[in-house]
Write a protein that binds this ligand. Structure first.
Ligand code: NAP
Length: 488
């Protein structure tokens, strides 16, 4: 490992952050963090146990009242300082993220800046939490006062695919609203979250407001927290399957819950679309994050007249993308997160090919160290192919033709997921007709990316509920209290 790689890893404290202190796990255990491009261990971090989780929640609960009473502007200024530090250190943090997660370093840097945007956005939102005041509808001597208050200590759980941004999308609004929290990053990528905690600490965040737990066995340490009456809110980003389990746990004390879950995004291209622009958009929607994004275009439904042209152009571009270790600036496609994930991707490709799909480019794992998979385009994908129904989470693009607009919409909505859809058309009337009938929380119109800190991100159906970012994001961390006032 070159010096700079070692130094960015060494700069992270590989410990739990509880009550403003860095400490080892109570039982002294550690878990290895692996570089997915080599399979080698980068560093060991603390393996938190149930007693550590309890201490983290106790710290959050203990800090709640004082934190809720701070001036909103003070909370905003902490976020603003953390934003500036993230931006200043973006290059080092990007390298760190690439080492633990694998994506090309330029993409990691884009994620750091996107993550920072949430801190900036919610720094402003902190000072804009408003209630209302009015005369009671039928009683002129009475007043209605509506106030917003922090929901209380939060349990936050994030996935490995966007190790920093999925954290700031929760931490930013929680801090702005005056909530304390315990956050658990995914075991594959804890380093970015620990680096973020160090930055928030340096930015003046008081001890106990943010507590970070890293752990091998997430179920056993998080379930007691979710069921603990000190916890008032659960916000989870991850798979639909785990989301379902956590909702059951949260039902015990009817917790406030936000769920940002899996996707199966359709990418619709109509025959009036600019096909070259659609190919560019498709490359972003499919290949960003090596295809490991909840917003990744999972299936391309293309008007029959332009389907072959689109598929061959996309295959040519994907075939040119350099695959390799994300630290090489020429690399466009890094490794998948682990061998299990690569195995799942390959299984879906073999299933589709076995059912008659044509492999236009790619279609295999790459030999050697690391979990690399070839960028792959499949055309004539049969209706029964599993990849049309399941989240692929890899660099694989299935293309299927459609006849009519109704057929395209029916195909797009034929999934239990509903996170995002992409639509390419030059006809504005058609665009609105289609967008209004799509069963998703977000739509990209003639663009392959929707992520934006100032917009409400989230899904419908089994992609979850609640919104992160935008003006909606802070509401997830606020309660509404109504005061009936008698002035008579
Ligand atoms: P995952 O397996 O559901 O894990 C997500 C997080 O939950 C990790 O921190 C994981 O910890 C933890 N976890 C797993 N089982 C748990 C349990 N029983 N109790 C408590 N915590 C538990 O998902 P993933 O593989 O990391 O992430 C990929 C998924 O996230 C995809 O489905 C993707 O679509 C979705 N995602 C959604 C969005 C969105 O905004 N809608 C954004 C990004 C990703 P450990 O694995 O470390 O044990």
């Amino acid at each position: 490992m070159a010096t700079t790689e070692q130094s960015v890893v060494d700069a992270v404290r590989p410990q739990l952050f509880i009550g403003g202190e860095w400490r080892d796990a109570g039982a002294g255990g550690t878990l290895p963090v692996e570089d997915p491009s080599t399979g080698e261990t980068l560093v060991e971090v603390a393996d938190g146990q149930p007693e550590d989780a309890d201490a983290a929640l106790a710290a959050a609960a203990g800090a709640q009242d004082e934190w809720a009473a701070t001036a909103p502007r003070e909370r905003g200024e902490i976020l603003r300082r953390a934003y500036e530090k993230l931006v200043e250190r973006a290059d080092d943090l990007a390298l760190l993220m690439t080492l633990e997660m694998g994506k090309p370093v330029a993409e990691s840097k884009t994620e750091i800046l996107y993550a920072a945007d949430f801190l900036h956005w919610f720094a402003g939102e902190a000072t804009r939490v408003e209630g209302r005041f009015g005369i009671a509808e039928k009683a002129p001597g009475q007043r209605v006062l509506v106030m917003k208050q922090p929901v209380g200590p939060c349990v936050l759980i994030t996935p490995w695919n966007f190790p920093m941004a999925m954290g700031t999308r929760k931490i930013g609004p929680a801090i702005a609203a005056g909530c304390t929290m315990v956050i658990k990053p995914a075991k594959q990528t804890p380093l970015s979250m620990l680096a973020l905690a160090q930055i928030l600490e340096e930015s003046g965040l008081p001890g106990g407001v943010l507590n970070v737990l890293t752990a091998k066995s997430s179920g056993s340490i998080m379930e007691p927290l979710i069921k603990d009456p000190r916890t008032r809110k659960l916000s989870f980003t991850g798979s639909t399957e785990v989301g379902r389990t956590l909702m059951q746990q949260a039902s015990e004390q009817l917790l406030r819950v936000s769920m940002e879950l899996g996707g199966n995004a359709p990418f619709l291209i109509f025959d009036d679309a600019d096909v070259d622009a659609a190919v560019e958009g498709a490359l972003i929607a499919k290949m960003r994050n090596v295809g490991e994004a909840c917003t990744a275009a999972n299936r391309f439904h293309v008007a029959e007249g332009v389907a072959d042209a689109f598929a061959s152009k996309l295959a040519a571009k994907m075939g040119e993308m350099k695959v390799g270790r994300g630290t090489d600036p020429a690399v466009k496609v890094g490794p998948l997160i682990d061998d299990d994930q690569r195995g799942k991707v390959d299984e879906l490709v073999q299933d589709a090919a076995g059912k008659g799909a044509k492999v236009l480019v790619g279609g295999s794992r790459l030999d050697g160290a690391g979990y690399f998979y070839e960028p792959t385009v499949l055309s004539d994908v049969g209706e029964d192919a599993r990849m049309l129904k399941e989240e692929i989470f890899g660099p694989v693009a299935p293309v299927r033709g459609f006849g009519s607009e109704d057929e395209a919409i029916a195909a797009a909505n034929d999934t239990e997921y509903g996170l995002v859809a992409y639509v390419y058309t030059s006809d504005l009337k058609r665009a609105f007709r289609v967008i209004e009938r799509l069963q998703t929380g977000m739509v990209g119109l003639n663009q392959g990316m929707v992520s934006n800190a100032s917009a409400p991100f989230g899904g419908v159906k089994q992609s979850g509920f609640g919104r992160e970012g935008g003006r909606e994001g802070i509401q997830e961390y606020l309660e509404t209290k109504y005061v009936a006032m008698n002035l008579g």
